[in-house]
Write a protein of this length. Structure first.
Length: 308
């Protein structure tokens, strides 16, 4: 039988918070007599993570545990979870308790006003200054390149109708970002302010190197703007070079002075070759993305499942 709300929680680190997280979710749903299921997806966190999930499933109601065969990444774990939901509404949230479980009821109540998507707006993010600044910069650049208005204060934490989830499941690309897919599918959407807490245990797995790599993947997967920018740059360099060449010709014929500047020629050549190599590199990355897509490999592999 279909549930009213399904909660999908990717698990990788912060395992010690799962007991409190699931208990608070269960209390919130039962206080409103809502049918529910909580899907915990172990994204290759090791035996300790899976043992903890199995223990919770054994002692608590309406829990489902899914163990992936290895670490595929957060958004693939989310995909594994939403592929198995039975709820009319679906919430996606992290396992570190920075987002409060009780907020799910606020999302649900707001959705009853006729919205297909309700997202949490973290007005006061409890992250380190460097994380907040890089997040702002990342989403500013990403919004420009993808032509999507992506707010850095909005995360995956929200509620989505079954119609929205079924639409997202039709997207099969390998490089996935759940929040960007939410922006792409459309549907009626609104935001509510939520409380964002500091992390009580564990550390974020997204260091600067991973964030940079993730940003590059997002841009290449959801935008062709870098290619357009390089075309524009090439056109500018060509026009500029033509104008300089014309000035040199005029100087030669009207002043009878030889054209000098071997150093500037060498520098110009290095500059142009640098641009050319960069363009070839970007095109190569796009070709690599195409190569990964056409192999048609599974997005994730499930090793084991368990239910209450």
């Amino acid at each position: 039988m279909d549930k009213e709300i399904s909660v999908v929680i990717p698990v990788y680190g912060s395992v010690d918070s799962l007991n409190e997280l699931t208990s608070r979710l269960i209390s919130a749903f039962e206080s409103k007599n809502l049918s529910y299921e909580i899907i915990l997806v172990d994204d290759g966190g090791g035996n300790y993570s899976w043992n903890k999930i199995q223990e919770l499933v054994k002692h608590k109601k309406h829990l489902i545990g899914i163990k992936l065969s290895r670490n595929f990444g957060q958004h693939y774990a989310v995909t594994a979870g939403i592929d198995r939901i039975s709820g009319n509404w679906c919430t996606v949230m992290d396992c570190d308790l920075q987002d409060q479980p009780e907020e799910v009821l606020k999302f649900y109540e707001k959705a009853q006003e006729g919205y297909q998507i309700v997202l949490g707006l973290r007005v006061q993010r409890q992250d380190k200054f460097f994380v907040k600044m890089t997040s702002k910069l990342f989403y500013f650049v990403l919004s420009y390149l993808t032509k999507q208005n992506i707010d850095h204060r909005v995360s995956n934490f929200g509620i989505y109708s079954r119609k929205v989830i079924e639409t997202i499941k039709r997207y099969k690309e390998k490089d996935r970002a759940f929040n960007i897919l939410i922006s792409l599918v459309g549907f009626s959407k609104t935001y509510i302010e939520i409380k964002h807490s500091s992390r009580d245990s564990g550390t974020s797995n997204y260091n600067f190197k991973k964030r940079l790599s993730l940003g590059l993947d997002y841009v290449l997967s959801y935008s062709t703007k870098p290619l357009v920018l390089f075309v524009q740059l090439g056109a500018f360099v060509s026009i500029f070079s033509s104008l300089v060449g014309l000035l040199l010709i005029i100087e030669f014929f009207f002043t009878s002075s030889p054209v000098s500047g071997w150093t500037s020629i060498i520098v110009s050549l290095f500059f142009l070759f640098g641009i050319l190599i960069s363009i070839i590199g970007v095109v190569g990355l796009y070709i690599g993305k195409i190569y990964n897509e056409v192999k048609n490999r599974p997005l994730y592999i499930v090793d084991e499942e368990t239910k209450s």
